[in-house]
Ligand binder design. Structure first.
Ligand code: HEM
Length: 407
């Protein structure tokens, strides 16, 4: 890339910048924090203040079409209509007033007390995972440590049998294909949709079981949740169970592994949290700011409006680059420095506004327990000579592997 030509978002994926795409985001922001990108055919927002405006603005709708579906013929879309109808009931794709009702009802079941009740379970799970790793000198963190944590935890919380981890992974990967916005063939999309249909059937079956024999779990709580005479429909429960499962899966794996990688690259910051574990709660926020697992989210303009001096037209797509926004120097001093003592809770790693991550208390608990326990139990942990590689995707920032020496 010639230094004088303005960069493009895609430059962040070049081998030269993949390790540190923030230089590209900085140049994009300095050039124009709200710019039209011809490749993605959308407005790209890299400035913190503009991101906040969009995420708070009722004119910016979350009823985004699943972009990946564009490759599918009308006939195939018709064939998959029942699955698509359930997916469209997921709160992340819904605007008020429906979103307000749905979120309020799910919140009544997904309570802080229910999340807190998971603390002992998460601690025990992390201890067990580390027991299996402790004999090994070299360990790969992404798959051998981070991967099993979120799926096991959400399965336990929902009341889904935990003995079918591989099946869950296949299903959540298929859901990821629908969401990732990258080009897929019609065959790939059909395959992903039919796997997602199996996932939905699986939940349908669990709900039928709960109707016959009530249990003390989240699925049951969703079934009986009620407010002012309103309840969740079966389609809404199924769609949002899948969302809880899928939205918290990869994201939390990346939260744990990106966070550990950042600490291992900054020995002074690592020493700070090791010598004072009470710093870890703030450190997790900073780690999520520094290498945000969810890099982008999007909205669609319902009507024309001005954003700064930009004229946004009705129907325009707006991509809020959370990763870039979390490195905006107008909001975070020396944003490219990792500082575990920074008060970073204003970061947008979990979004902002009415769609702010519903699972953030659970994610924060999982990441904090995972990192604190790992670093306490293996204080000499360090990177191996093999340099970890990042996946070349814009949607989620995550490592292919993170090999470490534990002893
Ligand atoms: C929404 C990030 C973990 C469930 C979101 C959004 C972000 C996000 C950025 C907002 C999307 C938007 O505005 O379009 C993350 C990150 C996580 C994480 C970085 C881990 C580090 C979880 C977990 C769960 C979860 C563990 C559930 C168990 C949800 C749900 C929504 C959501 C249901 C939709 C909320 C709504 O539309 O009202 N998440 N998430 N997330 N997340 Fe998370």
């Amino acid at each position: 890339m010639n230094i004088s030509t303005p960069p493009s978002l895609q430059d962040a994926l070049s081998p030269q910048h993949l390790d540190n795409p923030y230089l590209i985001y900085q140049r994009l922001r300095e050039n124009d924090p709200v710019y039209w990108d011809n490749k993605t055919h959308a407005w790209i927002i890299t400035g913190y203040e503009y991101a906040m405006m969009i995420l708070r603005d009722a004119r910016c709708s979350s009823q985004r079409s699943l972009l990946s579906l564009r490759s599918m013929s009308e006939q195939r879309l018709q064939q998959m209509a029942p699955v698509l109808s359930v997916l469209s009931r997921q709160m992340i794709f819904i605007d008020p007033p429906d979103h307000t009702r749905l979120r309020r009802l799910v919140n009544k079941a997904f309570t802080p007390a229910r999340v807190e009740m998971m603390r002992a379970f998460i601690q025990q799970l992390v201890n067990q995972l580390l027991d299996t790793l402790q004999e090994k000198e070299h360990v790969e963190i992404v798959n051998d440590f981070a991967f099993p944590i979120p799926a096991t935890v959400i399965a336990q919380l929902l009341g889904v049998p935990t003995n079918d981890q591989k099946q869950f992974a296949t299903w959540t990967d298929a859901f990821g294909v629908l969401l990732d916005g990258s080009p897929h063939t019609e065959e790939e999309m059909m395959q992903a949709l039919s796997l997602v249909a199996d996932f939905l059937d699986y939940f349908r079956h669990l709900i039928a079981e709960r109707r016959n024999a009530p249990q003390n779990d989240l699925i049951q709580a969703l079934l009986v949740t009620e407010e002012q005479g309103e309840v969740l429909s079966e389609e809404e429960i199924i769609g949002n169970c899948l969302l809880l499962f899928a939205a918290g899966h990869g994201t939390t794996i990346y939260g744990i592994s990106n966070g550990l990688f950042a600490l291992l690259q900054h020995p002074d910051q690592l020493r700070a949290v090791q010598s004072d574990p009470s710093l870890m709660t703030a450190a997790v926020q900073e780690l999520l700011r520094y290498e945000s697992p969810v890099q982008v989210t999007s909205r669609q303009a319902r009507e024309a409006f001005m954003l700064g001096n930009r004229q946004i037209a009705a129907g325009d797509r707006l991509i809020v680059h959370l990763g870039a926004v979390n490195h905006d120097p107008a909001q975070f001093q020396e944003p490219d420095q990792l500082d575990v003592r920074r008060f970073a809770s204003r970061n947008l790693a979990f979004g902002h506004g009415i769609h702010f991550c519903l699972g953030s208390p659970l994610a924060l608990l999982e990441i904090e327990i995972a990192l604190t326990t790992l670093l306490t139990r293996f204080p000499k942990i360090q990177l191996t000579s093999q340099t970890p590689q990042w996946h070349p995707v814009l949607s989620f920032r995550h490592l292919v592997e993170l090999p470490v020496n534990l002893q």
